[in-house]
Design a protein around this ligand. Structure first.
Ligand code: ADP
Length: 559
């Protein structure tokens, strides 16, 4: 009988190389990095300066079809492709987000790839890692404390306590903290006001850390954060509170990218992890740039489907990083496409060519989107054991009809070996195909135009409706001088539309923009098209119930 090992079993059986060997593999010099234990290191930002004139490696962006509960495996394919590129003799690296602890204890149980394509040490990566998230949490909450102290000490900035937008954060799923009242207990305990908590990955400081190009840039962005409005409804910023220096100090080490390895000892940088709805959902600019300096091929990932993750990677991150991606890999699974074609979750194991063909509509839209950015692409079919040969063949044929290669990958079951075909295809497409990368909109156009361009070109919407509130905010934001920032769309990941139940490729729909939020420090305007959860809750049976640690300190129950 076939014994299937769990992710953590595979990860714990891996023989990791000491991190100095990984650093040596990258030609890093002694002062270029500092160890964080045996298997993790932080890379100095000086390396970017030292290698300034060195040509960058190719950047490969991994994205996917619209996610379904059937699973897509973007991280797994990202890690597997990095390993596959190493297998065919290329100097490759992986750049990924760091998982958040809240969802890990909730439903996810861990997020560092899967099967034989994982980053390790997976326990560390999923738990406290190198402390970056704790530093971000602390910097965020320090700002909240400085703000409340300012109000308590006389409020010389005339902050309207009913209009404080800066909340507190914790890296847990804790619904009881969503709305709180602080400052109770009389005059010595501060000024009472309503507030709340978000999860750390939703912090604007997380987004800022991931979009900063240097320590100086980090400080400038932090100084621009809008924390509240005064009695004349003018924005109050970190600069007004004069604490940008202290906050940047708290983040000086967190800004350095973290070096680890995959199960097959391919070097990987895991750094930053902003939400993919109210933020842009990719690892830090510094991580991607560093990986591009240290290798010839970087494989990196963006959250959710191509309508959200890739769109934001290309319109926001690539723009701030001044980075031109070389190729996009769109991950698709037969199971998920069948769900987009109308098959319920419990019937996905049965072959169903008609449903696959209907579900192809979703993939087709994402392919069109990548083409609209002028980028070459390849579809990676992430194979599950239940996929039939006829289904795989049909999917490849349907992609061929779009003029797109679809390569079967078996990275979950076989590691890098399962991505050799994909790696070879990636290398040849980068060499052969034209790359006409362009942003979908210029920054100079209005907020309204930017949103309409994304909704029509990327989602396939026929119209965008703005609520009165959103319209007033657009006017106000343009007046504040925020109109030239890119837009960060917050939309359900499950559908191309703003209705999570519309799978496949919905048509003729309207996107409703309900509200805008200024993330001026991060450098984007968030457009909310629905309710966005910035503090998740735990399920009835959290993954934490199965977690434990053995008497000799071995982690159990992460997956
Ligand atoms: P994403 O990055 O799209 O959220 P992940 O790569 O984290 O997805 O994978 C989600 C889960 O699915 C992981 O537990 C992983 O082990 C599992 N998985 C991914 N690909 C496969 C596959 N081909 N067969 C079986 N399980 C897979």
């Amino acid at each position: 009988s076939l014994e299937v090992k769990t992710d953590i079993e595979i990860a714990q059986q891996c023989i990791m190389k000491p991190i100095d060997e990984i650093a040596a593999q990258l030609n890093l010099e002694k002062d270029d990095w500092e160890p964080y234990g045996k298997f993790k290191a932080k890379i100095s930002l000086d390396v970017l300066d030292r290698l300034h004139n060195k040509q960058d490696g190719k950047v490969i962006l991994v994205t996917a079809i619209s996610p379904t509960p059937a699973g897509e495996g973007k991280s797994t394919v990202t890690v597997g492709l990095g390993q596959g590129l190493s297998k065919i003799g290329k100097k490759s690296m992986i750049a990924l987000r760091e998982p958040s602890l809240g969802p890990c204890m909730g439903i996810k149980g861990g997020a560092a790839g899967g099967g034989y394509s994982q980053v390790v040490p997976m326990e560390d990566i999923n738990l406290h890692f190198t402390g970056d998230f704790h530093a971000i949490t602390t910097a965020h909450n320090a700002l909240a404390a400085f703000l409340d102290n300012h109000i308590h000490q006389g409020n010389s900035l005339d902050i309207d306590v009913r209009r404080v937008t800066w909340k507190r954060v914790v890296d847990l799923n804790d619904r009881a903290l969503r709305q709180v009242v602080i400052g109770l207990g009389g005059p010595i305990q501060g000024v009472p006001r309503e507030s709340g908590f978000d999860i750390t990955v939703a912090s604007e400081i997380m987004a800022i850390l991931c979009l900063a190009n240097s320590l100086k840039d980090l400080k400038e962005r932090i100084s621009k954060i809008v924390v509240a409005y005064d009695y004349e409804q003018k924005p109050v910023t970190v600069k007004d509170l004069e604490v940008e220096g202290a906050l940047t100090l708290l983040l000086k080490d967190a800004l350095k990218p973290n070096l680890v390895q995959t199960l097959e000892n391919t070097p990987a940088i895991i750094h930053g992890g902003p939400f993919a709805n109210i933020a842009h959902g990719c690892n830090s600019i510094i991580a991607t740039k560093m990986a591009a300096k240290l290798s010839d091929y970087v494989v990196t990932e963006a959250g959710f489907g191509a309508d959200l993750g890739a769109e934001k990677f290309l319109n926001i991150k690539a723009r701030y990083a001044n980075l031109k991606p070389n190729l996009v890999v769109v991950v698709a699974t037969i199971r998920a496409l069948k769900m987009h074609g109308g098959v319920p979750k419990d019937e996905l194991k049965q072959e169903n060519l008609e449903a696959l063909e209907r579900g192809m509509e979703n993939l087709r839209k994402h392919i069109e989107t990548i083409k609209a950015f002028g980028l070459p692409l390849v579809v990676a079919v992430n194979r599950f054991i239940t996929d039939t040969d006829a289904e795989v063949e049909l999917l490849q044929k349907l992609c061929e009809n779009e003029g797109t290669d679809a390569v079967l990958t078996e990275v979950w079951a076989k590691g890098g070996e399962g991505a050799v075909d994909l790696a070879e295809k990636v290398v040849s497409l980068i060499d052969e195909k034209e790359n006409n990368f362009n942003y979908l909109y210029p920054l100079s156009t209005t907020i309204q135009n930017k949103i309409e361009t994304i909704a029509k070109t990327v989602y396939g919407a026929s119209m965008v409706e703005f609520t009165i509130k959103a319209k007033n905010q657009m006017l106000q934001f343009e007046e504040e001088g925020w109109g030239k920032l890119p837009v960060c769309m917050a939309k359900t990941q499950y559908s191309l539309s703003d209705d999570p139940n519309k799978l496949g490729r919905p048509e003729g729909f309207t996107i409703t923009v309900r509200e805008l939020r200024p993330s001026i420090g991060a450098g984007f305007i968030v457009a909310l098209t629905g309710d966005v959860m910035t503090m998740p809750g735990l399920p009835k049976q959290p993954a934490a119930l199965k977690m434990d640690v053995s008497e000799n300190g071995k982690a159990l129950g992460l997956f």
